[in-house]
Design a protein around this ligand. Structure first.
Ligand SMILES: [Zn+2]
Length: 96
């Protein structure tokens, strides 16, 4: 068996590289959330963490993207939720 990659292998590797690496890491530039929008979310969720139900000032609240910006999520009200710092950072997430 030849140890050098042959032309076909090189072609396949090139295609994989092109498919995987062609896109920039973050095709969706992160737009900062305006204070107004952030407040809208907190108010809608009654200043309560959607996951564990705790609220300020007991916990620090974050406004979280349900679909991460890096995966194409945006700053619409539907894509934003109130999470406490623990839930947002995964400390309250049982999956991890
Ligand atoms: Zn929480």
């Amino acid at each position: 068996m030849a140890k050098k990659p042959d032309a076909l292998q090189q072609l396949v590797r090139g295609l994989i590289r092109a498919a995987v690496g062609a896109k920039p890491k973050s095709p969706y530039p992160r737009k900062t959330l305006s204070k107004k929008r952030r407040y809208q979310i907190l108010e809608r969720d009654k200043f309560t963490c959607r996951t564990c139900g705790r609220s300020a000032p007991e916990v620090a609240l974050h406004v979280d993207h349900i679909i991460p910006v890096s995966k194409g999520g945006n700053n619409t009200l539907e894509n934003l939720q109130t999470l406490c710092v623990d839930c947002n950072l995964g400390k309250g997430n049982q999956e991890s």
